[in-house]
Design a protein around this ligand. Sequence first.
Ligand code: ATP
Ligand code: MG
Ligand code: FE
Length: 350
Amino acid sequence: MLGIETSCDETAAAIVVRDAQGAGRIVSNVVRSQLDEHAAFGGVVPELAARAHVAWLDHIIAQAVSEAGIELRDVDAIAATAGPGLIGGVLVGLTTAKALAAALGKPLVAVNHLEGHALTARLTNAVPFPYLMLLVSGGHSQFVLVRGVGQYERWGTTIDDALGEAFDKVAKLLDLGHPGGPQVEIAARSGDPSRFKFPRPLLREERLDFSFSGLKTAVRLAAESIAPLTDQDVYDIAAGFQLAVTDIVATRTRQALVRFKAEFAGEPIRMVVAGGVAANRAIGAALRAVTEEAGAELVIPPPALCTDNGAMVAWAGAERLALGDTDRLDFVARPRWPLDSEDMGLHHGA
Ligand code: ATP
Ligand code: MG
Ligand code: FE
């Protein structure tokens, strides 16, 4: 399967194999990040992103195919992210995939980007269904029950900012650069997490939802109250923020595992973390402790497969193709496409 990813600021293509037993193997995985294009703007500029995808996608696909040691005509099918994401970029990838599918006479699989994140743990660790997924990325913070390919139930979501977005905004106000998640994590290592006491919004409520916007405001107020910031101030604020979000994620996960246990009594408890924030080691360590305490198995794919990449799209496409599910060439790209929408079910080319 050739997989194409262009929904945000990564131009990516990969070749992935899914064998008859359902085991996955990444044959090539090429990612070109557009950090340089957007650096001066402190965030992703949609129009610039779309133009860079146009400029680079052909080369990235050619590289993925050549690194795999195959010819384009050797692929069984072509998968591309068809949403959700920045619509200009999604159109570039999906249109390219449609053109290749038409020219090669191969099936197209229009992949939901979030399904790519959701199924990655099956590529890396062959995790069986069902499992609880925590998706924490630049645009999403959700608990999703994954029952099968195309079968998703959302148990909780953010009512304001996504967790990755909160990391990015905190990095921006601490002048740590973009994307901020990795920078905040590095800064936090040299900080004292107890110096600033930041709030844990929503945590007293039972629901499995997140809220990070009040926390972000508290961080901003703390930073403003002691400006100009020394390096140590920046480290301490970053450490305080990271501790707060780690607490929030750990507490919510504990509750989500209780619900999973109740719904699947007697079954193994499995949890998967997906999205760029899964690369954060402090959050990862907290999740290890929480899952261990609950007797659950935890899978966190390697960082390069947690952030956006072509392999996750190829894999989701391969899982769908294996179930006979392909899409028509007039499939319309979608800026919004929740995982639990009705049309995520298998539709077999209809
Ligand atoms: P979505 O998948 O929701 O459309 P996205 O594709 O932009 O969003 P990803 O590429 O999955 O998101 O993840 C990027 C996000 O992950 C950014 O917000 C980034 O700051 C965050 N991130 C990456 N590494 C880390 C880290 N080590 N600690 C915290 N956050 C991180
Ligand atoms: Mg990205
Ligand atoms: Fe993503």
